[in-house]
Write a protein that binds this ligand. Sequence first.
Ligand SMILES: Nc1nc2c([nH]c(=O)n2[C@H]2C[C@H](O)[C@@H](COP(=O)(O)OP(=O)(O)OP(=O)(O)O)O2)c(=O)[nH]1
Length: 163
Amino acid sequence: MIKYTICFLKQQTRFLLLNRFHPPTMGLWNGVGGKLEPGEAPLASVLREVLEETGIHLASAEYKGIVSWDLEGESTGGMHAFIAEVPEDVTFATPILVDEGILAWKELDWLLHPDNAGVPENVPLFLPAMLSTTECYQYHFYYKNQRITSHEMTLLSEPITNR
Ligand SMILES: Nc1nc2c([nH]c(=O)n2[C@H]2C[C@H](O)[C@@H](COP(=O)(O)OP(=O)(O)OP(=O)(O)O)O2)c(=O)[nH]1
């Protein structure tokens, strides 16, 4: 069951990330998102979460598929993932403190740097693929002792953005 959404908001090469005050991914720089409400479509959910957490009113976001995880052999959850371009004329000054954490623009190179321990371990493994394809995949991660041991990506033949 996919319970969450996540959106990577970008403006050219930089991304608006949230350093989260609370679990999951507490203390790490992650995309913006949250839990789907009952009956809510993934796109509506992610647009709502972006508005609530950043104040940015997006007209739309591009569906990129599902990120899911398997902890110690049990499939425990996942999130519908989106990428959205913030128009150039939208000025969003950071860092800024919000209820959920600290928002700041971070360069893609910083986000993907192999020495960067400040982003969720799975982000550098799925985000480059999402940025380089228009196809939607399920990115599935296997964890043991809270570390990724392997991952796989499978093409989604019927993306489910509006269900
Ligand atoms: N990169 C990454 N993000 C994750 C993982 N697990 C996980 O839940 N997330 C994301 C999905 C959501 O965007 C976010 C968790 O949402 P949340 O619990 O804060 O949801 P919410 O704002 O609706 O929560 P609440 O305050 O109402 O309880 O973290 C993960 O393993 N990697």
